[in-house]
Design a protein around this ligand. Structure first.
Ligand code: HPA
Length: 281
């Protein structure tokens, strides 16, 4: 089966269960899984019921699609995502993003947890992604191009949509939520970085480091989606943080930030949808 045939098969399974067409696709990172509970649900599909769909093995990540409305915005929400470090092929890591594009979503809105490299960041800050560095992970478009989705050599000069970023900035301001911004670098993980690696990443221009998002963003842009992402800077990166890093610390910080994160995300989704529907962006 070609990657496109696999994707099509997954889309057909979803379509046999629901004809819901999302406008915005939402990927929830560590600690934010229960955001899906605030969606007015129309339908839920467990990843395990989609033959061929990759399923997460990480604690704190659930595994289902939730279709429904935030305010009146039709969304599909991924409650749980898979990471490259779990051992999946990079093509499987980006299959969900491509699938949501095929289901009709115009915007991919991602959240994640990261370590802060920029010295002006504090643990618990949110960072709007303005760009990324993909050079440390395999490119998800390697292999025969899927012409049905997009072009062989897609432009990446504006991965994170500037107009959508403006809306998110404005939304944060209106709700009194502090929002940093910067460049996110994805590494494979699962080990955290060494202090020397963090110094290297800082020199390269990265503000925050994590283990997700970038490959999905590339696949989504390839498939013609507009992309935005916000990171929860859960800890200061290795060598900047005075203490050793742990998944428990990341999870705890993400859980603490969740209430504010949820406000920012739901309000931003309403504003983005309004702007899309009125043709303002
Ligand atoms: N490094 C990589 N990924 C992360 C970190 C980090 O410090 N914190 C949360 N996800």
């Amino acid at each position: 089966m070609t990657p496109y045939e696999k994707l099509k098969k997954c889309a057909d399974i979803v379509r046999a269960k629901t004809d819901f067409v999302p406008q915005i696709a939402l990927v929830l990172g560590s600690g934010l899984g229960d955001f899906a509970e605030s969606i007015k649900k129309v339908c839920e599909i467990d990843y395990k019921d989609i033959d061929g769909f990759p399923r997460s093995t990480v604690e704190g990540h659930k595994g289902k699609f939730v279709f429904g409305h935030i305010d009146n915005v039709p969304v599909v929400c991924m409650q749980g995502r898979v990471h490259y470090y779990e051992g999946y092929d990079i093509e499987d890591v980006v299959l969900p993003a491509r699938l949501m594009a095929m289901l009709g979503a115009k915007v991919l809105f991602m959240t994640n947890a990261s370590g802060g490299i920029n010295k002006s960041f504090s643990a618990g800050d949110f960072m709007l992604l303005t760009d990324h560095i993909a050079s440390f992970v395999p490119n998800p478009l390697i292999g025969k191009n899927i012409d049905e989705l997009g072009t062989r050599f897609p432009d990446m000069s504006e991965v994170y949509d500037r107009k959508i970023a403006d809306i998110i900035r404005e939304t944060a301001k209106d709700n009194g939520i502090k929002l940093q911004e910067g460049v996110y670098v994805q590494l494979t993980g699962p080990s955290f970085e060494t202090p020397a690696e963090i110094r290297m990443l800082s020199t390269l221009g990265a503000d925050a480091v994590g283990m997700s998002t970038v490959v999905e963003a590339i696949a989504a842009r390839h498939a013609g989606m507009r992309v935005c992402a916000i990171s929860c800077v859960c800890n200061l990166a290795a060598g900047i943080s005075p203490t050793p890093l742990s998944h428990a610390e990341v999870q705890e910080a993400a859980n603490n930030a969740a209430p504010k994160f949820k406000v920012l995300i739901s309000r931003a989704i309403e504003e983005i949808s309004d702007a899309l529907s009125t043709g303002a962006i």
